[in-house]
Write a protein that binds this ligand. Structure first.
Ligand code: GDP
Ligand code: MN
Length: 389
């Protein structure tokens, strides 16, 4: 689960990580009101979307008058912001963060993530912070410093010094102390909030010598949300694909993909195998959809509805191995969805397993138009032929 910058900064404050004073605004007038309550000029108006690269995409404006605050907010609110991370369609901006402007002396990069290869968290620090850390890592990897954290001992003060003393030229002793302390606080936040990522880019030293998180990014591990109940409320469905939100609501394992073959399958393993055979046949799946081994008729209906709502889908493959999910239940679910939304694309069905005869009979006796495949390979070939036409 991704958080907005303003939400991440609220959380950082709780862990003692300094951030600029700011307010969220949803209109130009609210932005003006916010700026009046904050120190300035300058002020910074920042689009709140779940994507980085906002600075280069025009989503971060440093302005010097109240009039410009209003203009900057109005310019991004309600329109899609396109950055390197959003894709060409961009992300619609629903809110901006108005902050007191900070006079930046130096910009660093600081983050904690899980290193899967080492199976432990790693603190990443670079003196080449700012906008393009990927670029820095590619061209000057020696500027990216790392400290792995043994979860048993936790973050050790010497590790903070190892990172901070790798900076050239060395900051003054006060900012250096604040910098090393902040690393410990970020690690505590990372662990306490069950983050998969906690990132500050840039972490700055101001001209006044203060260390401060000018940007903030937090991703929470979805698997921890059962125990991070308070954080669940920070989820913003507006940032998600509407079909993903619907799938979540019905407990369906759904991931939208780039192809044009909608696939409905029961069981994650069979769903992955189905994607493989579709690719092998020369086509691309539009989604991964596992309705679940023990799906109900309603879940089957919802799953098919989600596929039917996807405008990219040019043909549908239903591949079910009836076990706990019986084939007759599947058939009824399919018919219920077809009654609500006419299926206008070719439908290929491959059914096997429990109550398969009954399932086939239900489908055959309905008005639904569909083709039957005898096995998976044939199903994939048939559905691919439909989109190649
Ligand atoms: P991102 O591009 O989405 O990562 O957005 P950031 O929050 O990192 O902002 C982009 C850049 O804007 C930063 O790297 C800073 O250089 C600049 N910036 C952000 N806030 C301030 C500020 O208060 N004062 C100044 N001078 N620059 C800022
Ligand atoms: Mn940033």
């Amino acid at each position: 689960m991704k958080l907005h910058e303003y939400q991440a900064k609220e959380l950082f404050k709780r862990f003692g990580i300094p951030v600029p004073d700011g307010r969220v605004a949803r209109s130009g007038d609210e932005a003006v009101e916010a700026a009046r309550e904050l120190n300035g000029p300058p002020w910074v108006v920042k689009a709140q979307v779940h994507a980085g690269g906002r600075g280069k995409g025009g989503g971060v404006k440093v302005v010097k008058s109240i009039q410009e605050v209003k203009k900057a907010a109005a310019a991004v609110l309600g329109t899609p912001l396109v950055t390197k991370q959003t894709g060409p369609e961009g992300r619609k901006v629903h809110q901006v963060l108005v902050e007191e402007g900070v006079q930046i002396d130096r910009e660093f990069y600081l983050a904690v993530v899980i290193d899967r290869a080492q199976a432990m968290p790693v603190m990443i620090f670079s003196q080449a912070g700012g906008m393009d850390i990927e670029e820095v890592a590619a061209s000057t990897p020696e500027l990216v410093l790392k400290q792995f954290v043994d979860p048993g001992t936790g973050w050790m003060p010497y590790q903070a010094r190892t990172l901070a003393y790798g900076v050239d030229p060395l900051p003054g002793s006060d900012p250096l102390k604040d910098l090393t302390a902040l690393m410990g606080k970020l690690y505590t936040a990372f662990v306490s909030l069950d983050c998969s990522l906690a990132e500050i880019n840039p972490l700055v030293i101001t001209r006044q010598g203060k260390v401060m998180a000018v940007d903030a990014k937090i991703n929470i591990d979805d698997n921890a949300l059962t125990r991070q109940k308070e954080l669940r409320a920070l989820d913003d469905p507006k940032e998600k694909d509407s079909l993903d939100v619907k799938a979540e609501e019905y407990n369906l394992n759904y991931i939208r993909l780039g192809g044009n073959i909608g696939a409905m399958v029961n069981g994650a393993g069979l769903a992955m195998a189905t994607m493989d055979v579709i690719k092998l046949a020369g086509a691309e799946p539009a989604n991964f959809l596992d309705v679940g081994g023990g799906a109900s008729e309603e879940m089957v209906t919802r799953g098919l509805e989600i596929i039917l709502e996807d405008k990219n889908v040019k043909a549908i493959l239903i591949n079910i191995f009836g076990g706990i999910l019986r084939c007759d239940v599947l058939a009824r679910g399919v018919l219920a969805a077809a009654q609500k939304t006419a299926i206008k694309v070719p439908l290929i069905v491959r059914l096997e397993g429990t109550n398969v005869e009954e399932g086939r009979k239900i489908l055959k006796e309905s008005k639904l138009k569909f083709m039957v495949a005898k096995d998976m390979a044939e199903a994939a070939a048939m559905v691919t032929e439909q989109v190649k036409k």
